[in-house]
Ligand binder design. Sequence first.
Ligand code: SF4
Length: 434
Amino acid sequence: MSSVNTAIQLITREQAEQGATAKGSTCSPALAKGPWDYDLAEALAGIPAYGPGASSADAAPAATPRQGQLPEEYKLASDAELGERILAAKAALGDRAVILGHFYQRDEVIQYADFVGDSFQLANAALTRPDAEAIVFCGVHFMAETADILSAPEQAVILPNLAAGCSMADMADADSVAECWEQLEEIFGTEPDAEGRVPVLPVTYMNSSAALKAFCGERGGIVCTSSNARTVLEWAFQRAQRVLFFPDQHLGRNTAKALGVPLEQMPMWNPRRELGGNDAQALLDSRVILWHGFCSVHKRFNVGQIEKARKDFPGVQVIVHPECPMEVVDAADSAGSTDFIKKAIAAATEPTTFAIGTEINMVNRLAAEYPQHTIFCLDPVICPCSTMYRIHPGYLAWVLEELVAGRVVNRITVAESVQDHARTALERMLAARP
Ligand code: SF4
């Protein structure tokens, strides 16, 4: 099977030859270009944006990090040349560097990874390599931050392209969450009830900045992943009357609904509106206050796609990620983290047809890994995670060759004060039991 990138190149070339537009086949013809082409156009226009891909329509904060210029030689190099240079740099570095690749990363980069996994698995994988001076994280910014928090202080965590953020993580910034918290404290007060439960606890999804993990750590709160969100919510309900859940409304809603929390007790907090767009009574009656955030990749899945898959492939197993909207999770056969999806496919003993609701690079890789099954993405339009896509092999070759030359570029460093509180919230998550 050809990689997502190869497919995009082919589609774009065919469209150019036929004078057609990209409609219905890829989400943006700009995907076929190098990220630097987009960086330049974007910088000239002065518009912060995520670049081509699933979140290209999302508003990026003004402070969204920019990569700056990549030396020309890396932009001009062919894929084969970049491959040779990456392998040579890897060989020269040996155990001094470890390369981590997220499930949603493109194949052109994943082929050089020492570990492939979800964000938390990768941060833990880095712990198995205390000898490595550099951890090259081919994922997005919040993942590199988590790796920096969990790794030894002398280890440098490197994000090959600084513009690889996460649009969902950016939807909850520390100032807006602090403002929300102040308003909630005014309504709820801070006194525990007769059972010792505080009025509200903050819970942040792993896909958030280190500053928000620290915000939770400092206030008795906790971090969750898509694998343990249920356990974490149960933990929080033992200690609090309600939860403020950010940034992903869908993971929060899907998880709380599965625990039996009625939808009317899950008001949404829109940070641009007074009291998040709610009246005080709705907040007082709430069990989970959901932040107005979402993943642009998983938001693309809809019930119509599931209905079509069931019609076209009777008996199909539909598995979706819990970052998908509630209606999609309800219509699927099962929902779970990337690890859950992988394990569900690995566990199928008979040839099975799977329709998967998660990022296209991961789905295509699963299809190649399990040829005995028919595995396809519910969304027929090729549209990868915009921000993950910004890690091009050219950036990987650059950061590795700089390391060989004794220079550390693109280091992600979380301030010591933030690290301490963020680590507290992460440790609570590791210790949380159902
Ligand atoms: S897939 Fe969604 S949540 Fe994951 S990094 Fe991309 S935008 Fe963020």
